[in-house]
Design a protein around this ligand. Structure first.
Ligand SMILES: [Zn+2]
Length: 412
């Protein structure tokens, strides 16, 4: 055991070069650039580890259905498999897409530079650094000649940053893999393990009125005024109800234990200053606890709208769900959570926190298929999606070691 952990430290050059190469491939989504190039690169890396490798292109009609505006940019699932004796399969997953760099960079976001032990570049923390930790762990295991019992899998999937439908979701829907356990290397931080995440419901309410010239408003119905009344009702009735719900799971910040709703995150309406607005749209973002029933979350919104309509027969409002991500969580007492907690403690000398992430993750697709899944990786969440994103290189081998120890605990 000592030997394989020491091996990780000897792989310093390996993981630094791997990360540099991966960050240099600008896998920006939207729309999904250079995916092919990344997968070709990753395929060779997995082959070098002695893995059985496959690349699966997501069917065109699947893209057309889920991401019609990007259907001409192909999506690929990269899978590596290392088979041993035994039935248990442990799967490691990472998404290879990154968000657009945005403004404010001091260096080229796709030409990684290292300063004071930090590697700067888009995707360094979220989450190519995590993918590199996985590969380093496997390389150390393979080079140490340690026999594992069971199957070890690695997948690299696209599109997490736009909802994951044609990435991790497709991989599982198409049954390309059916593991027992899954570890996702998203940037939880080396001393924290996410055993789940909140879900999200994005909704839109359209309020209709009747247009008229502003000099004769009595001929119209003002959709803005109707919307304000409805919004107020949602603030007074729905919001306190939502915020009264508290999860039993630990969260990163204490405030995160409650369900939340942000009303009016987008508001659109009106056409001209001297025209009575006949249509106003407002959107909201509702964060859902693992203990909540998703259908009920929708029903709670509908009920307030129905009540408002009864109070004002003139109110015309339509509610639709724009996007939903189901919450997902595993027990802190599950075999996987306990194995990872112990592994991290052995590496860093103290127990990691096991928390619920407030942001949703690809973990939901795995959990929905009954796969025990957690998220743990070397990146820092504060670095995700920001200008001058970096990863502290010293965190990569720490996490690789924790991966190795959890592999040994789960596949033995
Ligand atoms: Zn990510």
């Amino acid at each position: 055991m000592e030997k394989v952990l020491k091996k990780v430290d000897e792989l310093h050059e390996y993981y630094v070069n791997l990360l540099k190469d991966m960050v240099s491939i600008a896998t920006v989504v939207p729309p999904g650039e250079n995916y092919k190039e990344f997968v070709e690169y990753g395929k060779e890396v997995l082959k070098d580890l002695g893995m059985e490798v496959s690349v699966v292109e997501v069917p065109k009609d699947y893209l057309a259905k889920h991401i019609p505006e990007m259907k001409d940019n192909p999506r690929y699932i990269l899978l590596g498999r290392l088979k041993g004796d035994g039935k248990t399969t442990l799967h490691f997953n990472g998404h290879y897409d990154v968000v657009p760099p945005g403004a404010g960079w001091r260096t080229d976001p796709f030409k990684p530079v290292i300063v004071n032990g930090k590697l700067y570049g888009r995707g360094a923390s979220d989450m190519k650094g995590g993918i590199v930790s996985i590969l380093t762990a496997i390389k150390a295991l393979v080079e140490s000649g340690i026999e594992i019992s069971g199957t070890l899998e690695v997948s690299m999937t696209p599109d997490e940053e736009i909802g994951g439908m044609c990435g991790a979701n497709y991989m599982l829907e198409a049954e390309l893999t059916k593991p027992d356990y899954c570890i996702i290397a998203e940037p939880s931080g080396y001393d924290r393990v996410w055993i789940g995440h909140k879900g999200s419901l994005w909704g839109e309410i359209v309020v209709y009125g009747k247009t008229a010239h502003a000099s004769t408003p009595w001929l119209g119905v003002n959709a803005f005024e109707k919307m304000v009344k409805l919004a107020n009702k949602l603030i007074e009735q729905l919001k306190p109800k939502v915020e009264s719900k508290v999860t039993k799971y630990e969260t990163d910040a204490p405030e995160g234990k409650r369900a939340t709703i942000v009303l009016g995150s987008i508001v659109k309406g009106g056409v001209k200053i001297n025209v009575v607005p006949d249509k106003v749209i407002f959107q909201f973002d509702r964060r859902v606890l693992p203990e909540e029933d998703f259908e009920n979350v929708i029903k709670e919104v509908e009920e307030v709208i129905e009540e408002a309509k009864k109070e004002d027969p003139e109110l015309k409002a339509e509610f639709k769900v724009l996007f939903e991500a189901k919450p997902a969580a595993i027990s802190p007492q599950s075999k996987l959570a306990l194995a990872m907690k112990e592994a991290v403690r052995e590496v860093i000398g103290r127990e990691p926190r096991l928390t619920l992430s407030t942001g949703f993750l690809d973990a939901r697709f795995f959990v929905e298929k009954g796969i025990e899944t957690l998220t743990y990786g070397p990146g820092d969440l504060s670095q995700a999606h920001v200008a001058n994103e970096y990863i502290e290189l010293s965190k990569i081998p720490l996490v690789s070691k924790a991966y190795i120890l959890s592999i040994m605990k789960l596949l033995k």
